[in-house]
Design a protein around this ligand. Sequence first.
Ligand code: SF4
Ligand code: SF4
Length: 326
Amino acid sequence: MKALTSAEMKSFLKSLTGEYDVRAPVRLEDGTRALGHLDEGRLAIEGGPIARKPNDIFFPQFDVILNAKGNKFKVADSLQKPLFVIGFTAEDCECLEFVDKFYSENFRDEIYFAKRDKAVIAAVSGKCGKDGEMLKIAGGKCDLEFIYDGSKYIVCAYTLKGKKIEEKIKCEEKSAKIDELKKLSDSIHNEDLEILKKAGELIRKNAVPDDFWKEIANRCISCTACNIACPTCTCFDVCDHDRERVIERIRMWDSCQLDGFMREASGHNPLGEEYLRARRRIHHKLAADYERWGHITCFLCGRCDDVCPTNIGIKSVNREIVKRFG
Ligand code: SF4
Ligand code: SF4
């Protein structure tokens, strides 16, 4: 099998920059580990999920989608080179798969797919989480995967785009123990997943009373960090800015934790009370989406729990639901 050491990974990624706009986890000057260009910081592939959701590369917080001057319109420029993005975890890949589905059903979002269609997604898994912790193997849902065995990244390509990248790698590893790594990955016990499913069942059975959501709402400071961090939150707003007579149409993320999220022009607000918004954040992914898509749309990436200043990320809330009403 093809394999790369950490040092070889760096030069390999550099070799792709002629053909691709390469984004990889890098350590920025201020210490933040983020997806960036290779010259923005030291390569930091190891360390588990990056703090910011990686799929914001296709659906950024602010996106100029149209310029208008007089009666002339110009849609936003498309990318010069296809993106090669490395650093997705298995959970991030599941989130991306859902968002792809979301933006292609009923109405195909051409702005999203202008970036997404040609992009190559590379997952990183194996013994390269925080302190060498084993990260689940994605096993698909991405174009190719780099599975770390403790000394080398073993390359597994799943799609034609992924195979095209794999062909460029020259280094072979004859003794790659991929089956052992897969067994290790399969043996990862995910208690949070069991709790998520159970909490979903309880919510769908209406076993969680409004008083519970009122408690959660009392602890929420409406900072919106949970929505901003979540790779499966897809709500956005559109507004026009007048910049010296050029109108810029921008789409930007919205948050269901804000008072005005659903407020109508008449003033009526179906989510006008805090507890309804607190409920919606969880209910939407565990019940409403379950009904629409046939599955829960939280893939336990862990970001909302990491960022919530009052400890009411989805895993914490699910635990509380199961403990009290299960
Ligand atoms: S863990 Fe939180 S941030 Fe991650 S997918 Fe689920 S709801 Fe979104
Ligand atoms: S991160 Fe926590 S406190 Fe902030 S809006 Fe979300 S649930 Fe509320």
